[in-house]
Design a binder for this molecule. Structure first.
Ligand SMILES: *[C@@H]1O[C@H](CO)[C@@H](O)[C@H](O)[C@H]1NC(C)=O
Ligand SMILES: *[C@@H]1O[C@H](CO)[C@@H](O)[C@H](O)[C@H]1NC(C)=O
Length: 438
């Protein structure tokens, strides 16, 4: 389909777009190490147990599942599950990370990232390349969710505590850069406990504006004090009052209200036919509801995924009713940079310093309504080669050189272009649009 036509079809579908919904998410350590390395004290045979786990994943039709220790029984798990979107395995022990995602939602930007620090002191954490994964899921048009799976360092020696705290910090830092302005879910085997004074499961709340669903829904918003007595769980647990190391944290965004509505230790729904457990970790299952903001909304994007993530959404939400007063494009052969000055005086700039600058100053009441972006390939990666913006008064601003691969992106009726998200470096790799109600 011609890109222009595709753009028009996307626009048409905005009118009937979904603006609220529900989904659920689960994390489960599936205990898939070869039995000779770790039998996990689970009765029965691991192949049979893994097959049942896969069948139950499908039967319950859980929207997003993160698994850890999905090593040597991975093929059996996938053969018995039928989620439409699943990560390819990174391998068994000692090659893989054991981290995989099974989902009803598609994604982009999938990455596997190794821990910078691991410790072999207690439990051979450096044996496999453990770490975390990142993906940007499309829950609905206009609602992307950055989903992180993790398996942090185990053990309680000083070296393990230090490595684990560094692992959690690494994910928290990554979120600051790569999930700026986005809704985020972190769920996995954190190996952390609030009661262990040297663990830092509170970091995502302190640094990333996230909530731990267990703390929110099972503990009335108050985590156990560091160093306080651990209330251990049986497996499966009959109560959510006790703490396990498998956890889920979340946040919405200025464009998406996201709320956890139910927290469960779901082990009693994942049992062998004879009632025995399937894995030594009680899975954590959470129900969410979401709705789109009516003032700020996230639109389409065009381009490639090279470069670094940027997002004006947090700045726009903080500047409340600010409007764009000037738009500046830098370009020559391609689009080098895009920047806006808000009515508050704040400048939001993306890209580099090459090309020639050209600026459009909007008149009172004049808004940016649409853009034609053309894309091409630089160093075998897609980049934005040209951009032409049109205002509500029909004036235009253009930069770069057009190609034959172009898209027209327009603000929905009643909205104007308020800012941007995307990927940049010296130039603009991808440009996405944020709209605000006029
Ligand atoms: C699973 O749930 C989704 C909605 O989240 C639905 O579209 C899909 O048809 C369901 N799949 C099965 C196999 O029931
Ligand atoms: C959802 O969370 C927001 C804050 O993120 C809060 O204002 C709102 O009341 C919550 N809604 C429900 C139904 O809990």
């Amino acid at each position: 389909m011609a890109p222009l036509l595709a753009g028009l079809l996307c626009l048409a579908s905005l009118a009937t777009a979904q603006t609220s919904g529900t989904f659920n998410a689960m994390t489960m350590n599936v205990a898939g190490l070869p039995p000779i390395l770790n039998g996990n004290d689970i009765p029965g045979d691991k192949t049979t147990n893994t097959a049942r786990i896969g069948q139950l994943f499908s039967e319950y039709n859980i929207s997003i599942i993160h698994v850890q220790e999905d090593f040597n029984f991975h093929a059996t798990l996938y053969a018995n599950d039928d989620h439409p979107f699943r990560t390819p395995t990174s391998g068994g022990v000692p090659f893989g990370s054991g981290l995989n995602t099974l989902s009803n939602f598609d994604w982009t930007d999938f990455k596997r990232i190794k821990w910078n620090v691991c410790s072999n002191f207690d439990s051979a954490d450096c044996l496999t390349p453990k770490g975390f994964t990142f993906m940007r899921m499309t829950v609905a048009p206009g609602f992307t969710l950055d989903a992180y799976n993790l398996h942090a360092d185990a053990g309680t020696s000083a070296a393990d505590l230090k490595a684990r705290a560094a692992n959690i910090k690494q994910v928290s830092d990554y979120i600051k850069t790569y999930s700026a302005g986005n809704a985020v879910l972190v769920f996995g085997d954190s190996n952390t406990r609030y009661t262990r004074a040297d663990d830092n499961p509170g970091l995502f709340a302190a640094e990333n504006g996230m909530k731990d669903v267990w703390v929110e829904l099972a503990k009335g918003g108050v985590p156990p004090a560091p160093g306080s007595e651990t209330l251990g769980c049986s497996n499966p647990s009959t109560t959510t009052d006790c703490e396990i190391v498998d956890k889920m944290w979340y946040r919405g965004s200025p464009a998406i209200t996201l709320n956890a509505t139910r927290f469960q230790y779901a082990g009693n729904q994942f049992l062998q036919v004879d009632g025995n457990i399937l894995t030594d970790h009680d899975p954590v299952l959470v129900d969410f509801e979401w709705s789109m903001d009516t003032k700020l909304s996230v639109g389409e994007s065009f381009g490639g995924v090279d470069g670094t993530w940027f997002n004006d959404l947090d700045a726009l939400a903080a500047a409340s009713s600010a409007k764009i007063s000037t738009l500046t494009l830098r370009g020559a052969d391609r689009v080098d940079a895009i920047s806006t000055t808000l009515s508050t005086g704040e400048v939001l700039s993306h890209g580099g310093t090459g090309g020639t600058a050209t600026t459009l100053t909007l008149n009172s009441g004049e808004t940016l309504q649409s853009a034609v972006l053309c894309r091409g390939s630089k160093n075998n990666k897609p980049r934005i080669f040209s951009a032409t913006f049109t205002t509500s008064a029909g004036r235009t601003l253009t930069a770069g050189k057009a190609t034959s691969d172009c898209a027209t992106i327009s603000a929905p009726s009643g909205y104007a272009i308020a800012g941007f998200y995307g990927h940049d470096g010296d130039e603009i790799d991808k440009l996405g649009f944020i709209y605000s109600r006029v």
